[in-house]
Design a protein around this ligand. Sequence first.
Ligand code: GDP
Ligand code: MN
Length: 379
Amino acid sequence: MKIHEYQAKLILARYGIPVQPGRVAYTPEEAEIIARELGGPVVIKAQVYVGGRGKAGGIQFGDTPAEAKAAAAKVIGMNIKGLVVEKVLVTSKVDIKEEYYLGIILDRQTQAPVVMVSKAGGIDIEEVAATTPEKIIKQPIDMRWGLRPFEARDIVARAGLPHQTIGAAGAILSALSKAFIECDASLAEINPLALTADGKVQAADAKILIDDNGLFRQKEYAAWAETEESNPLEYEAKQAGLTYVKLDGDVGIIGNGAGLVMTTLDMVARVGGKPANFLDIGGGARAETMYKALTFVARDPQVKGILVNIFGGITRGEEVAKGVIMAQAELPKGMPIVVRLSGTGSEEGKALLKDAGLDWGKDMREAAQKIVAAINALG
Ligand code: GDP
Ligand code: MN
């Protein structure tokens, strides 16, 4: 389960991690009042369940209450990666000198939570991991005793944080790991961990995911769930009877059967693409379901092309083809679609696709390659 930055910071504060004071505003007027109460410059931060708000314009600054009001007016109502901003965190602006990264994720390989620390914070950690992985120090947490303070200090020191921050940053890291374990988190991140001009270390941003399987005993946090806002597309899909999960890439994916769809996601990733979603149309789908699924997937503004992967059984190939052809007319002009059909009715389906000028792959790999190439060709 996702929670907002202001909620994650509330959790951090409970564990003694320093965060700036702040409150949530739903209107520019409220933001102005909060800014006045806080006194001094503030940051207006979009509270939506996505990262990279800064780059998207969802983080604004205001030196006076009037400026805070104007900044909030800009951010509230803004659309960030498909999510409309309904509330902002108004928080005292920190005078940041340096930005570090602290994170804890669950790691399959070590079967433990793994701590990650980097001196290169503020920016996208995936980017650091891809380009300069040596800048990230990783260490699994031994669940028998958690991350002990001396271990935490050792990790931040190895990550190259400046000498005078080791004590404070180490204390924050060991508090973060305690929070991670006790909240049943699947991810806890402080990015940036800010070194302020006056030498203090504090969490300027926070992200926590809570494991859904732990919600039964995390009653307080479970009550923070905001299904509709967390993902309007997923919410609507559920209402429409579609099994849909939103992902971060640009290749729309539709298949029949959860296993086949998962395999399709892997295949697209393997040939260099980034899946935009998971959508399982289930067994025995008719043309209408296919039509509904395609038009639904295309509503995600990140989707640039769609791959349909159907293994015919009780789902018939010609029904799939009919649905794809029906939907094509309503998709954004020039949006590539590649279909992979096999099994029952696949020959009939391919004949229909051919007449309609639609492309297919002879197998899953070829279909994945074709859609990724078609999207890349769009530039
Ligand atoms: P994100 O883009 O969604 O990760 O949002 P963040 O809260 O991490 O903010 C993005 C960037 O804005 C940070 O890396 C900082 O560079 C900057 N920023 C955020 N809060 C403050 C602040 O209080 N003071 C200063 N100087 N910069 C801030
Ligand atoms: Mn951040």
